[in-house]
Design a protein around this ligand. Structure first.
Ligand code: AFD
Ligand code: MN
Ligand code: MN
Length: 408
């Protein structure tokens, strides 16, 4: 037996001892779906500069080609979030077809109301009703696009905030925000929903109008059932217990989705699980707990939000998708029966050890078997890095001028 088979056999035996149903775990892993962002494939940078990558996507088609490559190597990244106007085009039916030709579908549509000059002092919270109206119009344009590309998710993040005390009236801005979002929400069809993303700071360095989960939750509760909170893992103050926020929002039926990334000090977009993998596992532990609870209904958009500055774009996305897959696998093998017994018994260390045991389990042999069954490389990142695809793209794209939107 090869080493891999030995490791898989040992893993299966240990899962069986814990009463974990292997086939159920494998089925969940096969059904996992992660959405990657179009902006994660194009060049991007920080306010200190952009370092162009020769293989980066320069056109809309490149973005879908690269998203298709990530899905080809992982098998679990079938949809791509788009960002308007970065991904604006003349014919959205063509865009939908372009995605399909590359083996993917369009997922969430993100209205960008943070880069135009008119939004310098805000968009949906702006003191000038004409600017608020323009921002609302951008959302209505995105809702029209959703219908053309068969998307049901309007994914909204607002840079609205202020940089100094004084010029923003917090309570008036809050009312303008709610009124603006209400107009957008009313434009949604019954099968469509809007996700409202919060962020502690940046670009507003004094205050952000949607700064935390509580503000986003309150706004969404006012709007209605089809407005839910989007949790971007990079958008919290240091030490915030994100897994608790996730559980609370699930229980309120207000967890709409995620933007997966990680932060050390602030946003933005470190590779998810790269700074604090155990936190990411504890978040997924709550998600799997809810997934396995017959009393809980969830409709969660599992989306990546990254646009790495120095990591090669496609490699970075495959690395992220594989990290999410691996953490999900570990959360799936938590022995929930024993965990419940330990909780009942008030056995603090015992309960914690159940989680630690799952977290410490090397699930790679299981993932390799699942990937083999799915017909994708057993080690997607290693396969991609050996493929020479980056170098081919660099040659193909060297002479092409950038067209369409850049990443963030
Ligand atoms: C930036 C923002 C936010 C948003 C993303 C895409 O911080 O996370 O979701 O851009 O618009 O990362
Ligand atoms: Mn985000
Ligand atoms: Mn962000």
């Amino acid at each position: 037996m090869s080493n891999g088979c030995d490791a898989y056999k040992i893993l299966c035996d240990s899962l069986e001892e814990r009463g974990i149903n292997l086939e159920t775990v494998k089925a969940s892993l096969r059904e996992q779906k992660i959405e990657t962002p179009s902006w994660g494939y194009a060049d991007s940078g920080t306010r200190f500069g952009v370092f162009p990558q020769p293989w980066a996507a320069k056109t809309l088609e490149h973005k879908f080609q690269d998203a298709g490559t990530v899905h080809k190597y992982t098998g679990i990244a079938p949809t791509v979030a788009i960002h308007i106007p970065w991904d604006k085009c003349d014919n959205y039916q063509d865009l939908k077809d372009m995605a399909a030709e590359n083996g993917v579908r369009i997922g969430a549509v993100n209205p960008n109301v943070f880069q135009d000059e008119q939004y310098k002092l805000g968009s949906i919270c702006h003191h000038d009703p004409a600017v608020r109206a323009a921002a609302i119009e951008r959302h209505l344009e995105c809702i029209d696009i959703m219908r053309e590309v068969d998307s049901t998710v309007l994914s909204c993040w607002y840079a609205d905030g202020t940089n100094y005390p004084g010029y923003g009236h917090f309570r008036r801005r809050k009312h303008w925000m709610q009124e603006s979002l209400e107009q957008i929400y009313q434009a949604l069809d019954p099968h469509e929903r809007m996700l409202v993303e919060y962020k502690l700071f940046e670009p507003g360095f004094y205050h952000t109008d949607l700064a935390d989960w509580g503000m986003a939750y309150t706004v969404c509760r006012e709007l209605g059932d089809r407005a839910q909170v989007l949790v971007d893992l990079g958008h919290h103050a240091p030490g915030v217990n994100i897994e608790h926020i996730v559980a609370f929002l699930i229980d309120e039926e207000k967890l709409g989705g995620f933007h997966f990334n990680n932060r050390k000090y602030a946003d933005d977009d470190l590779t998810v699980g790269s700074v604090n993998p155990y936190e990411f596992f504890l978040i997924y532990n709550e998600l799997v707990d809810a997934e396995q609870d017959p009393a809980v209904e969830t409709d969660i958009a599992y989306m990546v939000d990254q646009s790495h500055v120095v990591k090669p774009k496609i490699e970075a996305m495959i690395q992220t998708v594989v990290m999410i897959q691996e953490i999900y696998a570990r959360a799936l093998i938590v022995d929930r029966e024993t965990l419940a017994e330990m909780r009942e018994a008030g056995d603090i260390v015992g309960a914690e050890e159940v989680l630690v045991q799952a977290y410490r389990t090397d699930v790679r042999p299981l993932l390799e078997v699942v990937r083999e069954e799915m017909g994708v490389p057993t080690s997607p990142l290693e396969a991609y890095r050996k493929s020479g695809h980056n170098e081919q793209l660099a040659q193909q794209r060297a002479h092409i001028q950038v067209s369409g939107g850049l990443g963030t």
